[in-house]
Design a protein around this ligand. Sequence first.
Ligand code: EPZ
Length: 430
Amino acid sequence: MGVKLRETESPSEMGKIIVSGGKPLNGEVEISPSKNGILPVIAASLLAEGPTSIPVIPNLTDVDTICEVISSLGVKVNRQPPGLAISGGQVNSVEPPYELVRKMRASILVMGPLLARQGRAVISLPGGCAIGSRPIDLHLKGLAAMGARITLGAGKIEARAPTLRGSRIYLDFPSVGATENLMMAASLAQGITYIENAALEPEIVNLADFINDMGGRVEGAGTNVIRITGVRELHGVVRSVIPDRIEAGTYMVAAAATGGSITLKNVRPEHLQSIIFKLRETGTEIQEEGEGSLRVTGSSSLQPVHLKTMPYPGFPTDMQPQFVALLSRAGGTSIVIETIFENRYLHVNELVRMGARIKTEGRTAIVDGVPALTGTRVRATDLRAGAALVIAALSATGDTEISGSEHVDRGYENLVDKLIGLGAAIKREP
Ligand code: EPZ
């Protein structure tokens, strides 16, 4: 495809994706089960006395990691493609290995279930990540309110609670992870817990549905007050996970950016409203095509928009990098404000290397659209920044080499194959 690879490719080079840009995407793409839906559900399987199975799971490295985390606690996990079976029952450790927790911040989601089932959890501080410091103070404050004794030391957090008691908890910020951790802990606590200012994301509702199918009593998920009545024990469950709204949004933006026309299958339009509305503002056409499918048709002239990321149902922060890639070719100036994470513009410098005209000032990005981006060598720094670079490369003139593709594989199942199925000229380099 004409991209000249460095002769002196060091063996330590990470995975690469090579894209030959300028081809409109056309055809049909099937959306996979949600990464951010499945991670808390696999953690919740620790709450059950018996086995849990999920009929279809996405082939993602983050799913591999959470499975390694619960296996490290002594739970039996076996992949029965396309699904997953988890033994449940007793665990023989309450401390997942540091290298797993460091690899994926969502490992913190085992804390609530371990505390509820074993009365103790020891988690290495997850540390920051590329997009910000991402503290866990809201998780810890909620668990302490339920009676857990929290001690910090030597890079680890230990939580102890012979029994957890229902409590009224207020979240200063509607944190997705804190809402999930506290919901799981409260499901086996003595008494009733209220989580006020809870996160409203669909993945929260998905988790509540799982816990209720396991015999739990969670009411109000999807609203900002969730009431959890603790029960004595939870049993295993067989249940599917909602489709991945961020994967869907990413393909919608890719279609808009390449001026193509694609149909997405297995989507929940009700989870995509803010993305649909914002895309329509850019001039992109979107129609619901019957049960669980959407048709997205890019326009020949992209309009600039003002974008502000907010907790659900606001515009999702996980779609901000992809939108910045799209808006870098709009016919005018767009203003983007990222309110959730303090450092989520790592994709901007790479887009500027492709000819984008973007200035960031704190949480604001000013995107002056240019007629075209030019393919070159770029590097993915995190999952959604990587997705943004793929979108930019698909719409650019010429070839682009994206290194750090392992970031993209954390959250996009079979990305290259799915894009080839939509007519993209894209391949992987080892
Ligand atoms: C979840 O992360 C998602 N990850 C993220 O998706 C998503 O960006 C985020 O929610 C917001 O929607 C998973 O679901 C596995 P938060 P989480 O707790 O739970 C601050 C992706 O690309 N905060 O809602 O970590 C925090 O610093 C990933 O798929 C505290 O201050 O997000 C951040 O600024 C990236 N104290 C904000 O809240 C806390 O105790 C949102 O964090 C917890 C969070």
